[in-house]
Design a binder for this molecule. Structure first.
Ligand SMILES: *Cc1c(COP(=O)(O)O)cnc(C)c1O
Length: 430
């Protein structure tokens, strides 16, 4: 009987299950291909009649172990690693949508995802319809029509740091017989498991907390296993697939038809494959996910309270959903909890406004000694970014305010160092 371990035990123990005499640590299967004794066996693999690995573009034992761990952490029925978070969103969309169809997307999401959706998907004939999550499900519902195929939002939005009301949008999606898909990157399954709130499919940029050490770029797609595909909206799951002699993904692989099709069709054809070495490093990072997330939350709570206590001529404002003063505090308490069910913070990222506008922010950043200026967030080392002089530097101050990035905004990603050192660094810089 399989024992259902607690979250931090799963971080260490799930996935790789060595047999008698096998290596204790997950091996890196650095091989493009796998050897079989007969053409008949290879034929059965191609027909998906028997499980096994054929070619690393599609699957690999190192990936498989890490996929099983992540699926276990999220409470899903299967997962598929991808080469980046961007390609996880691509795989998700290609699995659910085709030209002439559309999907709904929260306006509060990661800028890279907006680029992918607005620039690339529109060229493929897939339309993205943005809704303001805080305007309520009624407003989003007006955008749904017979060609809408899914709803997309981020548990904890990067960089807006708002919390998405997963249950409310899951109910809306299911009323229209479409799935709710969640980017759970900033929360990680340690703080939130979207399937428990009705979400159907989850993606991550594992580049952030899941690896946690800023050493790999990667993504993952996770199948919650409960979405009921209908013939009217999703024939690619319910009808016979010519590529595999008339097999139907939804029935042949139930309840993991979504992830089976993602692998056998989307990954096979588009090839957004990770490297075995990266899957190994990801697994190493995941072993400490629970420990690290606890410290990220603890540090961010302390730093956010420190920033909030500063006079307005130093810190103009602070945004962190873990603060009781945050408009998102109630949602944060509902969705973000540790493995004991307690609210300990809203992950490690804070944004705040430095006094003195764009120049003030640049002066504070340049004076920081411990917190490094990097284009990254959500790893073990405290780091800062100034969107107005980096990712959003083409925009005027007016345009910046309109897209929710004030010129004085600093995005601070609290690492797992001693919180007092992070606070002292900020104090001297301010
Ligand atoms: C970084 C990020 C992505 C994109 O992931 P990459 O691994 O950089 O391709 C997607 N979603 C969120 C929330 C992110 O923070």
């Amino acid at each position: 009987m399989k024992k259902n371990y607690r979250f931090s035990t799963k971080c260490v123990q799930s996935g790789w299950k060595p047999e008698n005499g096998d290596p204790r640590v997950l091996p890196i299967y650095q091989s493009t291909t796998f050897k079989y004794d007969s053409t008949g066996h290879v034929g059965d693999l191609f027909d998906l009649k028997v499980p096994g690995h054929m070619y690393t573009r599609i699957s690999n034992p190192t990936f498989e172990a890490v996929e099983n761990k992540i699926s276990d952490l999220e409470g899903g029925v299967g997962a598929m690693l991808t080469s980046s978070g961007q390609s996880a969103v691509l795989a998700l969309t290609m699995n659910l949508c085709e030209a002439g169809q559309n999907f709904l997307c929260s306006s509060e999401i990661y800028g890279g995802t907006i680029n992918l959706m607005s620039a690339e998907f529109s060229r493929m004939g897939i339309e993205v319809r943005y809704f303001e999550p805080k305007a309520g499900v009624g407003e989003a519902e007006k955008l749904i029509d017979e060609n809408t195929r899914f709803i997309f939002g981020e548990t904890l939005a990067n960089p807006a740091l708002t919390v998405f009301d997963i249950s409310a949008y899951a109910e809306l999606a299911h009323r229209h017989r479409i799935p709710l898909c969640i980017d759970n990157t900033f929360a990680t399954p340690y703080l939130c498991r979207p399937f428990e709130f009705g979400a159907d499919f989850v993606i991550h940029s594992v580049t952030k907390y899941m690896d946690g050490h800023a050493s790999i770029v990667g993504g993952v797609l996770v199948d919650g296993g409960r979405f009921g595909f209908t013939k009217e909206k999703f024939p690619q799951f319910t009808e016979p697939c010519e590529s595999y002699h008339g097999l139907c993904f939804a029935t042949a692989f139930a309840p993991a038809g979504f992830i089976a099709r993602a692998r056998c069709m989307v990954m096979r054809d588009l090839g957004m494959t990770p490297a075995p070495m990266n899957a190994f490093l990801l697994n190493l990072g995941l072993e400490t996910l629970a420990l690290r997330m606890e410290r990220h939350c603890e540090n961010a709570m302390k730093v956010a309270r420190f920033l909030e206590s500063q006079p307005k001529d130093k810190v103009a404002w602070v945004r962190y959903p873990g603060l009781a003063s945050s408009p998102d505090f109630e949602l944060a308490k509902k969705y973000l909890k540790n493995e004991k069910g307690e609210f300990i913070g809203a992950s490690g990222v804070i944004s705040f406004g430095a006094a003195g506008g764009r120049q003030g922010a640049a002066r504070v950043m340049d004076a920081l000694k411990l917190a490094a200026i990097v284009v990254h967030v959500a790893d073990a080392r405290t780091c800062v970014m100034h969107p107005a002089s980096g990712t959003h530097r083409q925009l005027s101050d007016e345009q910046l305010v309109r897209c929710g990035v004030n010129p004085e905004m600093i995005r601070l990603s609290c690492g797992i160092e001693n919180a007092d050192d992070i606070i002292e660094d900020l104090k001297q810089a301010l």
